[in-house]
Design a protein around this ligand. Structure first.
Ligand code: ZN
Ligand code: ZN
Length: 240
């Protein structure tokens, strides 16, 4: 279906639905309602699996909220926009982010915080902010959102403040990891660890986050010890 004939309509598409904690996801046909005020509906072209999805799917020790559509590291194209959305239009390439920015609260205006009052990550909420309802359903039964992104669906609805517009020339199959893992590694390096020039650092764990930390630290430190659970230490990386 083209963008023009789906705007304002319910879209039926496939999604991987988690019906119960720890049970295999099931590919279902879901209905995705049109975006409401300050919301955007997008077609997800690529999505990856992050351990945070697995953690909340297992639901060990958190509030279980099912049925739910997980997924938060992805790349997609805007299909249609709701009322009040002026920053994005159909056809724009975007990355969803689970910690969004309203651009108006004290946190958004501060250079020291990105914990937006409105759009900071909320793992307990499974509905949209504008009306407290889900945009996903199966035969009328609501299916809950996850961290405002729910990218394990061919179409999803996201608050406009939880989308980053990107250059359409960027390959979505590769840049989708900027949506969580790579940006987490970058933020941990530049905003939290802040390693001093000339220091030597060790990075434990070489998943997407650890690799991103190694990459960004390597830009300005000569030595990094990179370690993973499979070996005591994979080696010393000479970066200059
Ligand atoms: Zn993640
Ligand atoms: Zn804010």
């Amino acid at each position: 279906m083209s963008n023009s004939n789906t705007a304002g309509q319910v879209i039926r598409c496939r999604a991987a639905v988690a019906w119960e904690a720890g049970k295999p996801l099931v590919i279902e046909e879901v209905e995705v309602a049109p975006p409401q005020t300050n919301e955007v509906r997008l077609k997800i072209l690529y999505t990856s699996l992050c351990h945070t999805d697995v953690y909340f799917w297992e639901a060990k020790g958190q509030n279980p909220l099912f049925p739910r559509i997980y997924g938060h590291e992805a790349g997609g194209i805007v299909e249609s926009v709701g009322e009040g959305v002026t920053d994005l239009k159909a056809g724009d390439h975007v990355l969803p982010v689970f910690t969004g920015e309203c651009k108006d609260c004290a946190h958004c205006k501060s250079e020291e915080s990105n914990m937006c009052d409105l759009l900071r990550i909320n793992t307990d909420r499974g509905v949209m902010l504008s009306d407290g309802k889900s945009r996903f359903s199966i035969k009328g039964k609501p299916i809950y959102h996850f961290v405002g992104t729910s990218t394990f669906s061919e179409y999803t609805v996201v608050h406009v403040g939880c989308l980053a517009k990107i250059n359409p020339l960027a390959p979505l199959d590769k840049v989708c990891v900027l949506s969580c893992g790579i940006s987490t590694g970058l933020g941990a390096t530049l905003n939290v660890a802040k390693p001093k020039k000339g220091s030597t650092v060790a990075v434990f764990g070489l998943g997407a986050v650890g690799l991103a930390v190694s990459l960004f630290i390597s830009c300005y430190l000569p030595y990094i010890y990179i370690c993973d659970t499979f070996t005591a230490c994979l080696g010393v990386c000479l970066c200059v």
